[in-house]
Design a protein around this ligand. Sequence first.
Ligand code: PMP
Length: 384
Amino acid sequence: MERIYLDHASAMPIDSRVFEYAKPYLLDVGNPSSLYEFGQESKEVIEKARTKIVDLINAENEKTIIFTGSATESNNIAIRGLAFRNIKEGKEVLSSAIEHISVINPMKDLQKNGWIFNTIPVDNYGIIDLSKLKKILSKNTILTSVMYANNEIGTIEPIKEISEIVHEKGKYLHVDATAAAGRVPIDVQKDGIDLLTLSSNDLYGPRGAGVLYVKPGLKIQSVMPGGGQERGLRSGTENIFAITGMGEAAKIAKKEMNIESKRLQKIRDKLISEITKIDETYLTGHPKKRLPHHASFRFNHIEGESILLNMDMYGIQIATGSACSSKTLEPSHVLLAIGLKHEEAHGSMVITLGRSNNMKQVQKIVKAVGETVSRLRKLSPLIK
Ligand code: PMP
């Protein structure tokens, strides 16, 4: 059975070009902190990767790029590192109500330790409420964290406007761009971003690398003291294979983004128009301001987990929400934040397209969704 993988927000394969490029560094690498030539060669490999990340997000220079182990780690360093370092400037932190748990949980952790943590509501499409943001911000709001685009509903936030408001009334803006990077152009300077998170695997790079962009002059401290690698912000011997792979993945993403996003958007639009023809089926997230590879839905009267398992029998992998939260039976905080009732939020399906998908697969996907929904509705105790 042909496998149709539609869950690129959870995990992506390494692009074979990236693997070929980075492969030698799995076998033979010196420690970049060692002064002999073999070590210094590894250092050069990291610096080359840094330049490619600078290009992807139009950062000011290479010093702004800190390699970490993952997006989760970047989010933690951004939030905790900034809050601890600037404690005298204020003890209030803010995030949108639909952030990934790797942003929400470090914020909650600060709250347990005496910071005030508030969330900014979003509208029914998941767009942040700018008037509420203005109201909640104060001169003590040291950090506001808003994702570039949401991984569960695909909605893209108005980051430039958010940045203007944050810098007028509060202090610094952190943006988790894990879901958006490589799909839409990101320009940290034009968008007015102070801290930005990226993940290697979400760019078709190897797992085990992430990036935190830190705007020049911004002061943050280490949350994991050690050998002082990566400007003292991410101690620990560098994962050269993952870092060099991430750099190459960023280079390919930048070069191909325009064409690839247009290609995926056509497939996405066809899926949305066909799947929403099913009775009592609705798109979640914004119809226009959404990631080009992202289609998310909710179906009345059925459960997301059953949809996922039924679709798997057709060889098609979809998600019901964020894979990171899939161990809990609670409905997604993102779907509740956009105003869905608990029972509505349970019937969700998320499709995230990638390089292996094509228009020919659409018919099979739509047929599988249609049959799955009608089979599950026949069995549903929720239909009287
Ligand atoms: N932020 C967002 C928006 C995500 O979708 C994810 C998961 N891909 C993360 C952060 C965390 O990424 P990781 O689990 O690779 O650290």
